[in-house]
Design a protein around this ligand. Sequence first.
Ligand code: DLL
Length: 433
Amino acid sequence: MDNLFNPKMETLSRKKIRDLQLERLKKTVHLVYDNVPFYKRKFKELQIKPNDLKTLDDISKLPLTTKDDLRDNSPFGMMTTSLDNCIELHASSGTTGIPITACYTPHDIEAWSEVMARCLSMSGLTKKDVFQNPIPYGTFTGAFGFHYGAQKIGAMVIPSGKGQSERQIKLMGYYGTTFMSGVASYAVRLGQIAHKMGVDPKQSKVRNGLFGAEMFTTGLKKRIMDIWNIDVHDIYGLTEMCGPGASADCDQHDGLHLWEDHFLVECLDPNTLEPVSLEEDGELVLTTLAKEGMPLLRYRTRDIANLYDLETCECGRTHIKHSTIKGRSDDMIIIRGTNIFPGQIESVLMKNPSVGGNWRMILLTENDVDMLTVEVESKQQLSTNETSNLEQKLQNDIKTVIVFTPRVTVLPPNTIPENGLKAKRVIDNRKKD
Ligand code: DLL
């Protein structure tokens, strides 16, 4: 219980959380109805008025918001206030070229710092820590979110920023970094670089890490723990909500607490858009409850996870938990009639101690048939014989989870190209009709 940043809010009774959610939801609904033409139009189409919202269950009457809605109204059409009242802008690039833009009022920056401080404190950050933040400082939300949260706790922040991995390792040693953040796959990469430089990551002073921003399987988490000999926490978030900080896992490592005084979560079947039962996988749909600049109603995240039973957690927090993100509904690949999430493959790969840090799936059409090749780096340089044994073993193991037999190619360490900030796990070169 000693790592609560805001004990009162983090342990609020379920009844008080729900009362607060209803009060804030009503306020948010009025705010967007009065100020955002997109929402006013949607309410009209659905023949509802803000005052029709009487209970939290009435949320199902409200319109959903999609990424396309944000793009159609980009960059500033979803805002409730003029740009004069905003002090910061962030954006996520996505794949279509039109960025998703978010503008923050001073109040929004404060709210973001608060949820980030809760996540960091829950992961063990204290004011005594030296906190290294190896994330590019730019329009991506990652670096600033961690920076604000860590400073709110009073830790010393090293804003080490983008890449330059050898420099990151040197800074860690020089300043005695005790806590690091980052994009999940980068923590593995940094470990590899340290080894290459003759530095054993286990001997560093780092004792804790908080990572996220991309698919983060339990296998990858364990991998980072082993490489660095640190405790690893998972943090989830998205530009549309604020950036990182919607949720993170506590020391129980059994699901991520989502800050329900800031976000109202629903878990819906992505096809029918009906709620799924607790512990059943569905799409997380989030409504902001404490945002001023660009509040969103029922935002379809596309992220697949499940919500847990609402008992008070051993850590004392009362806020709902969700599982790790299993994948994005738009990441699901259909090959020969089988639905595959990249996370299923990563889980198999990360269990194998001979597998290195990077991997990807390559999809091709050969003689009108979809072919899947899994390319994966080995941890150490292997002989031809060892390589083919490992390929065989991985092929069999992957087959048990995806039902058909993929090709597996094991490559030497550090040979799969890095693809920007977040790892690109799927290269789909199939013929499109
Ligand atoms: O990635 C914010 C962030 C930065 C989160 C740093 C955590 C750490 P976007 O670029 O808008 O924002 O991407 C959001 O990334 O919808 C998920 O699909 C994915 N994602 C984020 N965190 C996790 C996680 C940031 N812990 C999108 N596990 C989200 C799995 C994650 N996927």
